[in-house]
Design a protein around this ligand. Sequence first.
Ligand code: NDP
Ligand code: 2IT
Length: 448
Amino acid sequence: MSIKNAYLQQLMETVEKRNAGDEQFLITVRSVLESVEPVVEAHPEYIEMGVMDLFVEPERVIKFRVPWVDDKGKVHVNRGYRVQSNSAIGPYKGGLRLHPSVTEDTVKFLAFEQTLKNSLTGLPIGGGKGGSDFDPKGKSDMEVMRFCQSFMNELYRHIGPDCDVPAGDIGVGAREIGYLYGQYKKLTGQYCGVLTGKGLSYGGSLARKEATGYGLCYYTEEMLKSFGKSFQGQTVVISGSGNVAIYACEKATQLGAKVVAMCDSNGYVYDPDGIDLDAVKLIKEVRRGRIKEYVADHPKAEYHEGCKGIWTVKCDIALPCATQNELDLESAKALIANGCFCVSEGANMPCTMEAIDAILSAGLYFGPAKAANAGGVATSALEMSQNSERLSWSFAEVDAKLKDIMVNIFHNVADAAQEYDFGNNFEKAANVAGFLKVADAMLAQGVC
Ligand code: NDP
Ligand code: 2IT
């Protein structure tokens, strides 16, 4: 597949020159430009008014140093980022990732994806993403706190409840959001909805913690329903054992599936009786331990070193919920050979482009990340609404809204697939459905 439109081809060359070496960003931009080609050809004004040129250039890339002192008094310096990709339809919105692999490329590609994802939610939120190459693993609470405070010492001047609202992502959960929020409040004197994923005692929303995983299952269930299937009685494999994976496991199980494998970056556990999620929560959420600890009190379960092996476990439905590029062509082939009929992405870009091609060619049902995992950010937007009106909604109310949003996203994507003749390529359809609203808003707001 390649870009055929001459203008978009030229634009891609410019993006390649400007972002040389930013591999993930380039893959993402190329894939989106390929998808939106028919839309752009039907709307020459997008090219004439520079919408395409503006769209591929983040509005702002902020990069800063983050010095902090460990428990032994040693000074460390990490690098922090916030990429504010697009504010056409609302304030920048997107998570913060703390992981040693984070580079400017990581944050730029995630912010670009986030713009389209946030548009798909139907809510007024633009796209942003941030993070640092700081590794919270093995750090004490005090070290994490000092890092978060230092990170916020710089970030606070670039964010605000009507400007840019960060949240969690890999390595950033309730603990980190709490420290970040405390420091923002100290620096600005403002008690406001500047971050989402906050604790329930200080402005957080019920169901935000569960939202990405639950939303993934609501989306997937609606997709399966449209093909006369459901989670009921299916065997499921879920990669990761963090926030998204845990709550995907919870909802898939509630919907009648049996989840038989989960992993972390070291290896995976296979439990033929079905994963005991309380045990996983205890290990990961309470003890901050490793998934291999699971087998100690689950004698029938097996632990295997290496997380990639998880895709060789036989299943009907695969939910990759760990990180980008975790499911490559070889893994896709293994899933297909084992009879898997559905792959739905909880993580951001977990399947490589080659894996997606193989999955689609084999006729599997595919839930693309920016649609299937949009429940987290959608519920973040619901948290922002609650903060603005200084009210808290019940779990049931938030959960019902989340479900509605996910069902709507599925149908909007399915409609776009039909309108643009994309067949089962819901990856392309999601790109188009997300893009249209952003492009129209950019057009209306002029060259800015
Ligand atoms: P967590 O930090 O809670 O969990 C991440 C999980 O993925 C852990 O099990 C972790 O294992 C594993 N993992 C991380 N990096 C790697 C790697 N390089 N190789 C293998 N395994 C890895 O993060 P979340 O659950 O919040 O995020 C998971 C994915 O979902 C990410 O892609 C994120 O961008 C996406 N996402 C998150 C949303 C949210 O609301 N939190 C919303 C939408 C998408 P280990 O502990 O060993 O590092
Ligand atoms: O990738 C994502 O959508 C997230 N990490 C959640 C972002 C948010 O603002 O809730």
